[in-house]
Ligand binder design. Structure first.
Ligand SMILES: Nc1ncnc2c1ncn2[C@@H]1O[C@H](COP(=O)(O)OP(=O)(O)OP(=O)(O)O)[C@@H](O)[C@H]1O
Ligand SMILES: [Mg+2]
Length: 542
């Protein structure tokens, strides 16, 4: 059980939450929702004991498995499989067993070999006693279900993509939490921040099943409404406009209805306040005409002003980005061509002999299963990585805008302003300010270091930086991850009316529908085809 009392959370000078009591109990499956930047990640970090609240007390009983929104740093030299097994301390034992095994086969001295054999026997006994064999296959099963193939598990974390590393972390946490099945203790509380990012449709549906049957307590932050509808039995709604957290002890569908009713009531209250303010203003104007009532009139007018100002503040905080991608810089007919691209990592061939030509203003979707090399292809096109064979040929006037899934294009130490400024040196300050404003960055937030932004805010900034440079070929890798539904709709809208060329990698069918692609590239073969809606099914599978 986790209990937080008198909780106050702040971000800079902004109050995110105050005087709140939160409790996570066995059997709870809580969906934590709210707009980008509302403070969901901050709340979960504090519940996990990894962040200090501004004020309040936290009580922890039992194990907690926390999946942060960003991939964790840490020792990246360990193999992925060991990272997962380390959740139950089995990794060290396995390593020792392997050592003893090598010794057994290599030693020539009989006495020493016998020693190694005995040592192996002892280790093996312990491993078996700890349920090691069952655990190992269980870990392998969880990994497979999360789309982590055998070959990936033997690689050190440092060679994995951010998305793969996050899946390893998720596997590790779920492996630890599933100990109950092996006859051990149960009751791990799972705190998961956007667990479905980087997962394909099969993995997501498996994860849903896992979470649905987890009864040790769960708080999940997700923009995936299907997952919420399927899994949660309580909802915490974090409202940035009021710095409050509303608890709804009900399923997702009931919550949606209750929220709608609450919103309606608030709108009604707002309308009433507006009416009252208007009446006050009218009265004040009337009274103001009489010299003897001037003071009373002034007070009335001030009260009306205050009422209206409060209302404005609320609306401001609830604003939705009106995102518009600026016009791309002029370029030749085919700004980007690639010939015979091949790429391997070690002995693993990702793809070979891929040709493609991106015409001005054309829209292309890249499809392929997990590991087929979609991100790799974008990185080659963007010049972030060099191909083993073949080449990327820039056309006349090419300006590439590369959006990385992991926001690696952002300079985390630089501010929001600096991150866009250097990409658009020719843009006037006011123009840039307007552009950032349309991505909902203004005031103090322009000076905030990008590394401290929330996940959705980072996505917004990376997209703003990308288009501020008047790029004419956008390479987009999962651009809708982390966005709340309202912001996602805005980004898709902007994408829809963008006149430059786009090469898109996504699991989000809505993004493909918004793009209305003409062509599709199928990896790993690099086959090109005209887009048809039959491919839409593949998008989710990919
Ligand atoms: N050092 C800081 N200075 C100012 N603001 C900060 C700082 N650190 C975080 N913030 C702000 O705190 C707010 C809450 O961030 P948090 O990551 O908790 O949001 P979130 O609800 O998880 O959003 P998302 O849905 O985008 O992941 C954000 O607006 C973020 O920019
Ligand atoms: Mg977050």
């Amino acid at each position: 059980m986790i209990t937080a009392t008198g909780l106050e959370l702040r971000a800079g000078s902004r109050v995110l939450l105050s005087g709140t009591t939160l409790r996570v109990q066995p059997g709870d499956r809580i969906g934590l929702v709210g707009r980008n930047g509302a403070g969901k990640t901050t709340t979960l970090r504090v519940l996990a004991g990894e962040g200090e609240p501004y004020a309040g007390d936290l009580e922890h009983g039992g194990e907690v498995g926390y999946l942060p929104q960003d991939p964790r740093e840490g020792d990246l030299s360990v193999a992925a499989k060991d990272r997962v097994l380390s959740a139950r301390g089995l990794d060290a034992l396995l390593r020792d067993m392997e050592k003893a095994q090598t010794a057994m086969s290599e030693l020539v001295d009989d006495a020493e070999r016998d020693k190694a054999v005995r040592r192996y026997g002892r280790l093996e006994e312990r491993f078996a006693a700890l349920g090691g064999y069952a655990a190992e296959s269980e870990a392998a099963r969880i990994c497979a279900n999360l789309g982590l193939e055998e070959r990936i598990l033997t690689q050190p974390l440092s060679t994995l993509s951010g998305g793969q590393r996050r899946r390893v972390e998720l596997a590790r946490i779920l492996f630890a939490a599933s100990e109950a099945g092996a006859g051990g203790k149960s009751g791990t509380i799972l705190l998961l921040d956007e667990p479905t990012n980087h997962l394909d449709a099969d993995s997501i549906s498996w994860l849903r099943g896992f979470l649905k049957s987890h009864d040790g307590g769960l708080v999940v932050i997700s923009h995936d409404v299907d997952l919420l509808a399927d899994v949660v039995n309580k909802v915490w709604f974090l409202d940035a406009t009021r710095a409050e957290l509303d608890t709804y002890n009900m399923t997702w569908q009931r919550y949606l209805d209750a929220r709608a009713t609450d919103e309606k009531r608030r709108r009604r209250e707002r309308a009433n306040a507006e009416k009252k303010a208007a009446a006050l203003q009218k009265q004040a104007a009337k009274l103001g005409a009489k010299a003897t009532k001037a003071v009373a009139a002034k007070n009335m007018a001030r009260r009306a002003e205050q009422m209206l100002a409060n209302l404005d503040e609320e609306r401001q905080a609830d604003k939705v980005a009106k995102i518009k991608f600026p016009a791309p810089a002029p370029c030749g007919r085919t700004p980007l061509t690639a010939e015979g691209l091949s790429k391997s990592y070690g002995s693993l061939e990702i793809f070979t002999g891929v040709d493609l030509a991106i015409d001005r203003g054309s829209k292309v979707v890249v499809l392929g299963l997990n590991g087929a090399g979609k991100t790799t292809l974008l990185r080659l096109l963007g010049g972030m990585e060099t191909p083993d064979t073949g080449s990327v040929v820039p056309g006349h006037g090419l300006r590439i805008g590369y959006y990385a899934q992991e926001h690696e294009t952002l300079d985390h130490d630089a501010t929001v302003w600096e991150n866009t400024r250097h990409l658009a040196p020719d843009t006037g300050a006011q123009e840039l300010r307007n552009l950032l404003g349309s991505f909902l960055f203004s005031g103090e937030q322009l000076d905030q270091p990008a590394g401290t932004l929330s996940g959705g805010e980072k996505t917004r900034l990376a997209l703003a930086a990308l288009v501020s440079s008047a790029a004419n070929v956008l390479l987009l890798d999962e651009p809708t991850n982390n966005l709340d539904p309202a912001s996602r709709a805005q980004v898709l809208d902007a994408l829809h009316s963008y006149t430059g060329a786009v090469v898109l990698v996504t699991h989000d069918p809505g993004a493909v529908e918004a793009l209305q692609p003409e062509r599709v590239i199928l990896l790993p073969d690099g086959t090109e085809d005209h887009w048809s809606d039959d491919y839409l099914e593949l998008v989710q599978l990919a």
